[in-house]
Write a protein that binds this ligand. Structure first.
Ligand code: CP
Length: 332
């Protein structure tokens, strides 16, 4: 049985296959290839793009989607094995995953980081416990460690802009925010760009390093794909010759208070504006997973410019998810 909860479920060759399939579907929709199939989606956190794009993807493929929000019309779930269930959590993931598997043909879960540090994020406890106890293919709607559908959509958008991903200079640039956001998106940008053969520079202030296991996994993909990866604290130098500027806020490690370093005036210069593009290539594009806080995380001048591909990027979520769903069912 296939799952798509982490990029390692695909690998370098699998990602290329899904990107091609997604591009084919975008050119010509495949029709009702998932007729009578049902996707169940369980959200522990809110969503605009993920929920809608998966619902529409299933509709376009002839199937249906059911969305559940944990704790809001659905029982609060205990996801830890052996935890005493004498609090507000009325159901355990063991029963919930098994029961949902009797109703749906594929199960998606969104469960963000609990903010308990890198090792906890890397263990990806919630999505992995569903993966362990569900009896149907699982797809990640974003977990503590990764957002693999976002990573795929990002690579499709780069491919559309430059005809390929191999050798494209991608700068993943840390951005300011009012709170320390999780690292799932920057982790996936790095992992998917490494698997896609990009030349990646990760630029961030000191103290905002991505986790060691993710960097090691990215290096393994780079060894297979020919990608190059470097890390720097110098945003200005990183942007020299960039084809893609991918801005994203994430929190420091170890985690600090909500009103701590992420809101520091000293770091406001990291917010991309059109001025930051002066050292990039003439055809450089801007990416961000959305949602974005205008003029906090990214300048409005960038978001409103022709460089911005953020709406195409959001649309591409739907096409890559159609490809991922078709791939999951190939073997189901
Ligand atoms: N990029 C993304 O996953 O958007 P949502 O949080 O709105 O689903």
């Amino acid at each position: 049985m296939r799952h798509y909860t982490h990029i390692k479920d695909l690998g370098v060759a699998g990602q290329q296959k899904l990107l091609k399939l997604a591009a084919d579907y975008k050119r010509a929709e495949p029709g009702p290839i998932l007729k009578n199939k049902v996707l169940g989606m369980l959200f522990f956190n809110p969503s605009l793009r993920t929920r809608t794009s998966f619902e529409v993807a299933m509709m376009k493929l002839g199937g249906q989607a059911v969305a559940l929000e944990e704790g809001s019309g659905v029982w609060k779930l205990e996801t830890e094995d052996g935890a005493p269930m004498n609090g507000d959590k009325a159901e355990h993931v063991r029963e919930a995953a098994a029961v949902l598997s009797r109703y749906v043909d594929v199960l998606g879960v969104r469960a963000f980081s609990r903010g308990m540090g890198q090792a906890d994020d890397d263990s990806d406890r919630v999505i992995n416990s569903f993966r362990q106890h569900a009896h149907v293919p699982m797809v990640s709607l974003e977990s503590a460690r990764e957002h693999p559908c976002q990573g795929l959509a990002d690579m499709l958008t780069i491919r559309e802009s430059f005809g390929q991903t191999q050798g494209v200079n991608v700068v993943l640039s840390w951005a300011p925010h009012v709170k320390p956001l999780p690292k799932a998106v920057p982790n996936s940008v790095l992992l998917h760009a490494a698997a896609a053969g990009c030349s990646i520079t990760v630029a961030h202030p000191p103290g905002f390093e991505l986790g060691g296991p993710v960097r090691e996994e990215a290096a393994q993909y780079a060894a297979q794909s020919g990608a190059r990866i470097r890390y720097t604290h110098d945003q200005r130098e990183a942007l020299n010759g960039a084809h893609v500027v991918y801005a994203k806020a994430w929190g420091p490690e170890p985690r600090q208070s909500e009103d701590g370093i992420v809101a520091s005036p000293a770091l406001r210069g990291w917010m991309p504006t059109l001025k930051h593009f002066e050292a990039c290539t003439d055809d450089a594009i801007f990416l961000h997973c959305l949602p974005v806080r205008r003029d906090v995380e990214v300048g409005s001048d960038v978001l409103d410019s022709e460089r911005s591909r953020v709406i195409d990027e959001a649309e591409n979520r739907m096409w890559v998810q159609m490809a991922a769903l078709a791939w999951l069912f190939e073997r189901a």
